[in-house]
Design a protein around this ligand. Sequence first.
Ligand code: AMP
Length: 283
Amino acid sequence: MKTIVDPLLLQNQCLAWRGEGKSIAVVPTMGFFHAGHESLMRQARTLADKLVVTLFVNPSQFGPGEDLGAYPRKLEQDAAIAQGHGADVLFTPAAEEMYAPGHSTWVEVGGVSQGLCGASRPGHFRGVTTVVAKLFSLCQPTVAVFGEKDWQQLAVIRRMVRDLFLPVSIVGMPIFREADGLAMSSRNAYLTPAERAEAVHISHGVFLARKLALQGASIPEVKAGVLTYWNTHLPLGSLDYLQFVHPETMQPVENFSTPVLVAVAMKVGKARLIDNCLIAPVA
Ligand code: AMP
């Protein structure tokens, strides 16, 4: 595995591979790898001749007062993990290289990026789509793999790819969870033991939503049930949102007649954690 820091070197390498008729898979990440990232790499490795893993804590997707400075980093261990999954390149650019002085071009997706995390984190998805567009331009991928944990991000990227006719297939992978159900996240490292013990109830609340929906409860009933559950089991949590939305448009829905994404964002201590689950209508 080669580690590349220079964007244009990466682009030259990838253009050369494409010129040789090779397909390229890319897994964009912010590092501090856990088993969720590894599941993406494992899948990506099967989808193309060459695998590029990118590791970039992208400043433009963090708002003022968010955790850009504190974001956990572990480059050497991450490099060993990427290599272990057969990555051909680990791309670890510097922020000044990705955003050269005078940088003034942004990629912004409307609609689907506006609710949920887009509402709580203004500018977040503009940062995500801008950096992902740059990464696609550098890596020339035939396929890119993302996690469903960040469901809205996946929906926003799918929309960008469709709207801009980008020649890349987007693959979504299921949420990888700890044994007790907590969605794996680099930000789980911020949790104290007491917070970690409570954080598991985020996922249990989401599973409760699915159970209640399948038992025939309405959306207001499900919402009330989950909020009551969290009030009891997650006193350290501060809810950002619990929303019931269409899984592609991310627009709020009123009932379970179509597939519904239940999405939550919750602050526990210093960590802002997200989770979701898809509820399909009962046939
Ligand atoms: P991050 O490094 O947190 O920006 O995540 C990089 C990629 O890994 C994104 O596509 C995430 O959706 C995905 N990812 C993060 N956590 C998980 C998880 N628990 N299960 C599956 N994919 C994940």
